[in-house]
Write a protein that binds this ligand. Structure first.
Ligand code: FE2
Ligand code: FE2
Length: 192
């Protein structure tokens, strides 16, 4: 295994933290999807599944860059605490908000300063996707709090996930290409 160059050490350690976060988010959202289905909130379950898929894509992208930089992508997957779907949505939103406001901007700035292009790309893709997750979780929370179970949170629905960067959309005809990474729309994965 190639050693990690001294100038890449901080970036690799940030990539490992992001890899751990994404891997655990994937596990968490998968468990939350099961609970949402059990609660009859099948649209919220679809959102959890779409976000889980996106986090898996982020984890894979981060792992690839970790290896490129001579590191080893491994992390611990923690036991998931499943509560009510409202609490799960709030926990998910809190996690996304932390990534959007704090974690990814910091990691992105560091990698940009060192001009580590592959790390910049993977952090940027994740940051933009997490923004869409935060928005959708916020919307689901507002609907659930407002008692609107007959809205999209109630019935299973399609979400569209970019297979390259994890960008997540609820609208089929929103774009011809991924607005974040330019991947053609027809390659998007439909997650329900
Ligand atoms: Fe996310
Ligand atoms: Fe993309």
């Amino acid at each position: 295994m190639p050693a990690i160059a001294a100038e890449n050490e901080v970036t690799v350690s940030n990539l490992l933290a992001a890899f751990e976060g994404e891997s655990n988010a994937h596990a968490k959202y998968t468990a939350f999807a099961g609970k949402a289905d059990a609660d009859g909130l099948h649209g919220a379950a679809s959102l959890f599944r779409a976000a889980a898929r996106a986090e898996q894509i982020h984890a894979t992208n981060h792992a690839r860059v970790i290896k490129q930089l001579g590191g080893e992508a491994k992390c611990e997957i923690h036991a998931v605490e499943v509560k009510s779907t409202l609490e799960n949505l709030k926990a998910a939103l809190e996690g996304e908000q932390y990534e959007v406001d704090t974690m990814y901007p910091g990691f992105l700035a560091e990698a940009t300063e060192r001009n580590i292009t592959a790390a910049v790309r993977t952090f940027h893709g994740a940051l933009e996707a997490e923004k869409t997750h935060a928005r959708l979780y916020g919307e689901a929370i507002a609907l659930l709090v407002g008692g609107k179970k007959d809205s999209w949170i109630g019935a299973a629905r399609d979400f569209y996930v970019c297979p390259v960067c994890g960008y997540t959309s609820e609208t089929e005809e929103e774009h011809e290409r991924c607005p974040v990474c330019n991947c053609p729309w027809e390659k998007f994965e439909i997650v329900r």
